[in-house]
Design a binder for this molecule. Structure first.
Ligand SMILES: Cc1cc2nc3c(=O)[nH]c(=O)nc-3n(C[C@H](O)[C@H](O)[C@H](O)COP(=O)(O)OP(=O)(O)OC[C@H]3O[C@@H](n4cnc5c(N)ncnc54)[C@H](O)[C@@H]3O)c2cc1C
Length: 351
């Protein structure tokens, strides 16, 4: 009998699987990647700063430390390259904004934002940086496509198929799915958790996002990410990734004309050279009503677990919280109440 069945083929499922391997826990991973796009199309960025409020992102310190250790260890293991450290260029649009930045750089954000203010100059040809700008350190991106492709080869038992919840038999101390018997099952289905009859009561606040790959000449952007109102960073040679949009109403993986127009408008605020759109994609981020992951055990069926709610920050959250989940799973530690699915049990009990 296996220890665990993992349902999903995105970031959450793959990272949970790799964490289980660290503890020699035997699992089978079942997922149909074509059902949803989110992890495969994500920009994969991490950024310790919430620009709107100029505060540190939740647990940024611990999350970034863990993500670096985790992704680089998988790079070494697979011989693939997907971990990229970068800095964010943040242009200022008012004197007030600049002064607040300077204050923060000497205060609580000193570890993450550069004290120096840079003058807009010809170093960044092709970019729209009208005035001065600041830099954020400790940022970067994971090439999600490469990362997920590398993971595919690491799972000893790996099935590409749609999981049919009606075929899951739940017994006192094990579950059976078709011909697979396991002690437990964990669902990592992203926003499609809405179709899971065991966990569809989880209060998601999923949000669609669209993103472009473009080709452009004359943009000087190497290891940096330009961020204002949207982001752009270099993939290779003349190709760049830019995004993204936020739409809470039309939850589908279909790239839309409305999304494209919004992205083009944002792109015009980032670059001033001619470009060609190479690809335009969409996915749905599994965000939650309190913007925290949702992890833990089903209130009634003790052998059913969930790992979801990675929202807009899956790249940062998943390495840290997958480790916490495995500790919890092995009865070595409790989950942080802020992420424990228990916080929604009362809602469940009240119907
Ligand atoms: C445009 C865009 C840009 C983004 N940029 C960033 C970024 O820069 N940085 C960042 O950290 N995050 C970013 N994100 C968010 C990030 O993609 C998510 O946090 C993360 O990928 C969520 O992973 P997940 O595994 O929980 O969900 P998903 O990626 O949705 O994975 C769920 C998986 O479960 C499978 N599945 C579901 N139901 C079934 C079933 N019944 N049977 C079989 N398989 C099933 C799906 O096919 C899928 O493979 C972005 C998202 C979008 C849309």
């Amino acid at each position: 009998m296996l220890d665990l069945i993992i349902v999903g083929k995105g970031l959450a499922a793959n990272i949970i699987a790799l964490r289980l391997q660290e503890h020699q826990i035997h699992y089978c991973i079942i997922g149909e990647p074509s059902l949803s796009n989110c992890s495969r199309i994500a920009a994969g960025l991490w950024n310790p700063i919430v620009f709107k409020r100029m505060t540190l992102s939740w647990k940024a310190d611990e999350l970034i430390k863990e993500l670096k250790e985790f992704y680089t260890s998988i790079e070494k293991r697979t011989g693939s390259q997907f971990y990229n450290e970068r800095v964010i260029i943040k242009p200022f649009f008012s004197e007030e904004e600049k002064n607040f930045w300077v204050k923060k750089s000497q205060d609580d954000l000193s570890q993450f934002i550069d004290k120096q203010i840079y003058a807009a100059n010809s170093q960044h040809n092709g970019l729209v940086i009208p005035n001065s700008y600041g830099l954020v350190n400790n940022c970067g991106n994971i090439d999600m496509h490469n990362f997920l492709n590398s993971c595919e080869h690491l799972h000893p038992e790996n099935k590409n198929e749609v999981f049919d919840h009606s075929q899951l038999q739940i017994n006192e101390d094990h579950v059976v799915y078709k011909n697979i018997k396991a002690k437990n099952i964990i669902f990592c289905e992203g926003y499609l958790v809405k179709n899971n009859p065991f966990f569809n009561w989880i209060p998601m606040n999923s949000v669609k996002g669209e993103i472009l790959d473009i080709e452009a000449e004359g943009i000087e952007l190497e290891k940096q990410i330009l961020n204002h109102n949207a982001f752009i960073f270099k993939l290779k040679d003349k190709s760049f990734k830019m995004g993204s949009t936020y739409d809470w109403n039309e939850l589908s993986d279909d790239a839309s004309e409305k999304g494209k127009q919004e992205l083009i408008e944002k792109l015009n605020g980032l670059i001033k050279t001619p470009y060609k759109i190479i690809s335009h994609k969409a996915g749905v981020r599994p965000s939650t009503i309190d913007r925290r992951p949702i992890i833990g055990r089903h209130p009634l069926h003790k052998n059913l677990f969930v790992f979801n709610g990675l929202g807009t920050k899956g790249v940062m959250l998943a390495p840290y919280f997958s480790k916490k989940f495995v500790h919890f799973y092995l009865n070595k530690g409790a989950l942080d109440p802020e992420v424990d699915v228990k916080r929604f049990y009362s809602k469940f009990n009240n119907g």
